[in-house]
Design a protein around this ligand. Structure first.
Ligand code: SF4
Length: 65
């Protein structure tokens, strides 16, 4: 199970929403949409992590409870 978080420092460039619109939503800052399916959008999320100009998208492994 993967978890995506956005660290402080987003410059709202909108790139993450562009590459992974099912996961990210950029308004005043970027946020992960409620109920976003990270596994299904894994490749797009990785692309967003790589593309973010300020490197604030963090994708981490989360143990299932
Ligand atoms: S790509 Fe990074 S800086 Fe741009 S909106 Fe997304 S989180 Fe913010």
């Amino acid at each position: 199970m993967k978890k995506v978080t956005i660290e402080p420092g987003c410059i709202t460039c909108g790139l993450c929403e562009f590459v992974a619109p099912d996961v990210f939503e950029v308004t005043d800052v970027s946020r992960v949409k409620d109920g976003a399916d990270i596994e299904k959008n894994h490749d797009a999320v990785q692309e967003a992590v790589r593309s973010c100009p300020v490197q604030v998208i963090v994708c981490s492994e989360q143990k299932k409870k």
